[in-house]
Design a protein around this ligand. Structure first.
Ligand code: SF4
Length: 475
C-alpha cells in the first residue's frame, strides 16, 4: 500500500516488482545481479534483495530502500556462488515491510528455496486460507510464500514436478524466479500478463522482467518467455516446459504506456517507439492549434515527441525534473504535498511565456499532479495549456499486481472528461481512444490486458478479492 511518502511519480499507477536471475559459473553473479537491479529500479523502490547459491547453500541480503541503499561492496562481496536471483519491490497486496521484502528464502525438508515474484494471484487469499486450515503458518503476506508452501507440501515428486503442480493451483498475473541450491527456474503466467525475458551472457543464461537489464550487464537478448512457460536452468543447460496449455498473450498494456523503461523491448517492440506511436495517434485524434509541445518528464517524453511530430509542432523542454530529490519525503500536510511537485519539477519560463502549450502526459490517476503542473505552466506565463493524455481514462481497478487503489480514487472513474478538465484547470483535455491505443503499439490489438480501461477482466478476480476491494472502497 502507499505509505504516504513522496516517490518519483506519486500520481501514477505503481508497478509492483522487478525480478532478475542468472546462472553463470565463473562469474561474480551477486555483482551482476546488483547492476541488473539498478536497471530495474523503476519497477520498485521500497525494498531490494539478492539471493546467491554456491551449489550447496543459499545466502541472501535484502533490506528496505533503493538498491543503492540496501547494497554496498561489503554485503555484495559476502554473496558468493554461481546462481543468483534479485528482486526490487513496490508493495500492493502485502504491506511494505522487511518481512515482505524479496526474494523470500525458505529452508524446508528438501533444501533451500529463494523465490521472487512480480504480479498478483487473484486466488491468493483463497489458497492461503486453505493452507492455513491445513496447518501452514505464514510469516509474510506475499504471494511468493503461498507458492513456497505449495511446493514444500507436495511430497514424493521431483522438484520440478512439485513446482508444476503448485503452479496448477494459481490464477492471476505472475512471473516467478525460483532458485534452489542447483537450479534457476523462470515462470510466466498462462496469459503472459507480466513480462519476463531470457538473455545470454558469455554462454550463460539470465532472466529479467525487462530487457534493459541485459544491456546494463552486457548480456544479449535471446527471447521472451512465453505465456505458460517454465524454463529450468542448471548444470545441464536450459530446458523449457509448458506447465499449462497457454492462453493467448494478454500482456499488460500499461507496460508500454508507463511502467517499462523506454530502452526495453517487449515481444519485439521497443517501448520508446511504441510510446511515440501512441503520441502520433493522439495528435491525429485530437489536433489543436498551439505553439509547442512539451512532455511531463521522464515517462511522457516519448509520447510527447510523437504528438509533436503528429501535430507538426516543435518539441520543447518546457518542464525540467530535479533528479536528486530523495526517494522518501514525509508529507504531513497538503501544503507540503503540493510543494513536493515544485521540488521535483520546474517550468522553463523563457520557453513557456506567452505560448500556447500542448502538455503531454501518459496517464492521469488522481489528477492532483496534473492540476499542479497546469498551474505551474500558467504561472510561468503560458497563454493556453492543452493537455493530451497518451492513454484512455483509467476507470477500473487492477487485480493483477498494479496499485490502482480503489475506483473511488481514480479520477477517470469518478468524473467525465470535461469535469476532469475543469478540475485540472486546462484549456482543453483529450485522452487517446482505446481503439487508437490498441492499434498503435505494433502488436496484435488482442494481445493485451486493458481491463483498467474497459473493465474486461481476463482472469476473473475471486469473490474474496472483490469483497476485500469492496471493503477497502467502503471503509
Ligand atoms: Fe495492466 Fe491495467 Fe491489465 Fe492491470 S488491468 S494488468 S494495469 S492493463
Amino acid at each position: 500500500m502507499h505509505d504516504g511518502t513522496l516517490r518519483a511519480e506519486p500520481d501514477k499507477l505503481k508497478e509492483e516488482c522487478g525480478v532478475f536471475g542468472i546462472y553463470a559459473p565463473g562469474h561474480k553473479v551477486a555483482q551482476i545481479t546488483h547492476y541488473a537491479l539498478y536497471a530495474l529500479q523503476h519497477r520498485g523502490q521500497e525494498s531490494a534483495g539478492i539471493a546467491v547459491s554456491n551449489g550447496k547453500k543459499v545466502e541472501m541480503e535484502k533490506g528496505m530502500g533503493l538498491v543503492s541503499e540496501v547494497f554496498d561492496n561489503i554485503n555484495i562481496r559476502r554473496l558468493k556462488g554461481h546462481i543468483a536471483t534479485g528482486h526490487v519491490r513496490y508493495s500492493t497486496m502485502g504491506s511494505s515491510s522487511l518481512l515482505n521484502a524479496q526474494p523470500l528464502l525458505i529452508r524446508y525438508r528438501k533444501g533451500n528455496l529463494a523465490i521472487g515474484h512480480n504480479g498478483n494471484l487473484v486466488n491468493g487469499r483463497d489458497i492461503r486460507s486453505q493452507l492455513e486450515q491445513a496447518g501452514s503458518i505464514f510469516q509474510t503476506t506475499t504471494d511468493s510464500e503461498i507458492v513456497a508452501h505449495l511446493i514444500a507440501r507436495l511430497k514424493d515428486t521431483s522438484f520440478e514436478d512439485s513446482v508444476k503442480e503448485a503452479l496448477s493451483f494459481l490464477r492471476g498475473a505472475f512471473t516467478f524466479i525460483i532458485m534452489t541450491e542447483g537450479k534457476l527456474i523462470g515462470i510466466r503466467d498462462p496469459l503472459g500478463i507480466r513480462p519476463l525475458s531470457l538473455g545470454e551472457l558469455d554462454g550463460n543464461y539470465c532472466l529479467s522482467s525487462e530487457t534493459c537489464a541485459f544491456d546494463t550487464i552486457g548480456a544479449d537478448f535471446v527471447r521472451d518467455i512465453e505465456p505458460g512457460e517454465m524454463v529450468i536452468i542448471d548444470e545441464n543447460g536450459l530446458r523449457s516446459e509448458k506447465y499449462v496449455s497457454p492462453g493467448k498473450l494478454a500482456l499488460c498494456i500499461f507496460e508500454f504506456i508507463y511502467f517499462a523503461r523506454p530502452d526495453s523491448n517487449l515481444h519485439g517492440i521497443n517501448v520508446h517507439l511504441a510510446r511515440r506511436e501512441l503520441g502520433k495517434q493522439l495528435a491525429k485524434e485530437y489536433p489543436v492549434e498551439a505553439d509547442l509541445v512539451t512532455g511531463v518528464p521522464d515517462s511522457s517524453i516519448s509520447a510527447a515527441s510523437g504528438v509533436a511530430e503528429g501535430m507538426g509542432l516543435p518539441y520543447e523542454m518546457g518542464l525540467v525534473k530535479n533528479r536528486y530529490i530523495g526517494r522518501t519525503f514525509i508529507q504531513p500536510s497538503q501544503k507540503v504535498r503540493s510543494l513536493g511537485v515544485k521540488l521535483k519539477l520546474n517550468a522553463v519560463k523563457q520557453v513557456i511565456k506567452g505560448k500556447r502549450i500542448v502538455l503531454v502526459d501518459d496517464s492521469i490517476v488522481r489528477g492532483t499532479t496534473s492540476k499542479q503542473i497546469v498551474g505551474m505552466l500558467k504561472k510561468a506565463g503560458a497563454k493556453e495549456v492543452h493537455v493530451r493524455i497518451s492513454s484512455p481514462p483509467v476507470t477500473f481497478s487492477c487485480y493483477y499486481g498494479i496499485d490502482t487503489s480503489s475506483t473511488r480514487e481514480l479520477l477517470g472513474a469518478q468524473k467525465k472528461v470535461e469535469e476532469i478538465r475543469e478540475f485540472i484547470k486546462a484549456d482543453t483535455l483529450s485522452y487517446l481512444s482505446i481503439e487508437g491505443m490498441l492499434s498503435s503499439i505494433g502488436l496484435s490489438p488482442d494481445s493485451f490486458c486493458r481491463a483498467c480501461f474497459d473493465g474486461k477482466y481476463i482472469v476473473e478476480p475471486d469473490s474474496k478479492m472483490k469483497k476485500n476491494i469492496f471493503e477497502k472502497i467502503n471503509r
